[in-house]
Design a protein around this ligand. Sequence first.
Ligand SMILES: Cc1cc2nc3c(=O)[nH]c(=O)nc-3n(C[C@H](O)[C@H](O)[C@H](O)COP(=O)(O)OP(=O)(O)OC[C@H]3O[C@@H](n4cnc5c(N)ncnc54)[C@H](O)[C@@H]3O)c2cc1C
Length: 657
Amino acid sequence: AVTSFDDHSRRLRAREIIDENGLLSEYDYVIAGGGLAGLVLGARLSHNSTVLVIEAGLSGDAVADRINTPDGAYYSSIVGTEYDWKHVTVPQANLSDRTIAWPKGKILGGSTAMNAMYLVRPGQVEMDAWQRLITSDDSDAATRWGWNEMYAAMKRSENFTAPLDDVARVGNIQWDASTHGTGGPMSISYPGIMMSMVGNWTTALNAIGIPTLSSPNGGTTLGGFVTPSSINPTNWTRSYSRPAYISSLPPESSNNLHILPDSTVTRVRFQEQPTVDGWVANFVDFGRDANEMRKTVGVRREVILTAGSVGSAKILMHSGFGPSEILEDVGVQLFEDLPGVGQHLQDHLSAAVVWQAQVETTGDIQSSDSDFSQSPEFRSYVNDAVAYVNITTLFGSDGARGFKEQILSSLSSLASSLPPLPSPFSSTDSSTIIEGYKVAYDLLANQFYDNEPQVELVLGLMSPGVVQIQAAPQHPFSRGRLWINSTNPFDPVLIDPGYYSHFADIIMHRQGIKLVRQLGAALGNTLGMETTPGSGVQTDEEIEGWLRGGAANSQYHYACSCVMLPRVQGGCVDSKLRVYGAANVRVADSSVFPYIFAAHLASATYGLAEQAAVIIQQGSYTVTNGAIRRVVVGFDWGPMGLWLVVLVGFWLGLEVV
Ligand SMILES: Cc1cc2nc3c(=O)[nH]c(=O)nc-3n(C[C@H](O)[C@H](O)[C@H](O)COP(=O)(O)OP(=O)(O)OC[C@H]3O[C@@H](n4cnc5c(N)ncnc54)[C@H](O)[C@@H]3O)c2cc1C
């Protein structure tokens, strides 16, 4: 059955995927990035418009469908391959000058083709706060980002299937089907097998005072639960944006959608003079590599950037939208001085305590090479036991109050106490960005502090012989940035997440590690000796030193590099996802979240992309006097053909590019 599914699915996919020979000269919508959000938008907008999705990565047919491959490679097996951007940060001053790996999907499906498949939504309080941040801009549009609408949008992307009876019993899983959608493109379910250790999870959490969340993903996140994953239970494959949204397209959409893999968007081009609505994008340039001549495609309506939290800010900067001093320094023609592009960058850090396992792990079963280990059900196993804890659980009531005072006093002198933005931003007027920090800090220190989740705990069973539990702070105060430092769009950007640059974050993380150890004790004799960090790391200083020196690494939730905030707060897009200063360019991916949520980010990004499709369909820009006045010469016309095109173009009064 699995084979026929694959064949069927590949046949369907082939309809939309084109090479350069199949390109039209212009499309209603040109979408940069065929990852999570890009494929949602491609599918939704092609219902009644022509759409081109340009994806830098290879199409990677079926490479990511398998969750764990028969040879034992885990779900993350495309990390480090040609399907991974393999970004790295600049050395992190507060992490012992380490550079941190930032894997990111470079394949149709983007990071959903390589992610760990957890489905955890942000809570209602966080979403409603987002709406309030941008109400001043357009209160109707702002409601799109509040809990009620986003909850409906996240559900719209889903087709939920409850766990198998045995899986639910062994894993002690509680769920509430009403918090999920049915009939949507993304399959959401649980693995085909379950480990007994997962069944102990919520009981052990209860023993240390962390309640069980019986209705996960329905607006509250605090508590322990076994969360669903993006698994297709009809064939135990990964459900991700490509099979979910593209393979299931109805024929009328399929005819309108072109997807061009292996092509990097290098910049968006604008008409020479702005209109009253702003700069009008009329072409999108792309190419295979730095040495190949760029091609271009015309835009009839809008350009939508969905290149993710690294790619979208990068494209904006190469297109002349960004901090003026960076663009001038690098030598990119400035269209719009937008200091917030690339700023506000955030991520979750994570670190794991590891014990010898006294029970069987999936890693053990995988290494046994038994018939069971080769079954599709077994190979669908992914970690899914999580808990979200609040400040009182981490610090106790008195400690929580004292820590809050420390944070508030640091924020009261924010403008003067914030270190200047590091080089090359040292001469930047950072006033708008600091205004953005202030509104986010007010949320973190006041509205999210007392009752919202601060640290996530995650159980890991996928290595042989060991059990690990991670702690990951969820609402970091640290802010980072990314920027270009050459005119070549194929050069990597510089990424500085500024990990632990606010003192609160490492303290929060250290408390999370202490809590993990309490949980380890509550799990009793299922765990043997602690091997990492081990008994030599006990005091606060020792734990912090261990985190900085190697243990703390990215949880891969990069976000917020093109934030949706008012422009005077360093925002890049408004409540309709329109880039400030541009008439017809939007960003619609994980880079627009105004702050990082206490959640894994895919579900919120599916909701965001679903909302973006609705907003765009309700009203989009039409380029007048635009694309058709230009002729593309980037293709291989041959020397004679090229001259012919130039002459004919000149005769027709067209601009040849
Ligand atoms: C290893 C890993 C594990 C994760 N685990 C989880 C998890 O368990 N649960 C969860 O909810 N989230 C998880 N995430 C996060 C989640 O997958 C991302 O937040 C989400 O995919 C972001 O969606 P996006 O559309 O913003 O970006 P992406 O899905 O990354 O898509 C961006 C796309 O744009 C393309 N692109 C970039 N630049 C260009 C360009 N110039 N031209 C053309 N194309 C371009 C990229 O190749 C990519 O395909 C994980 C992420 C990673 C990397």
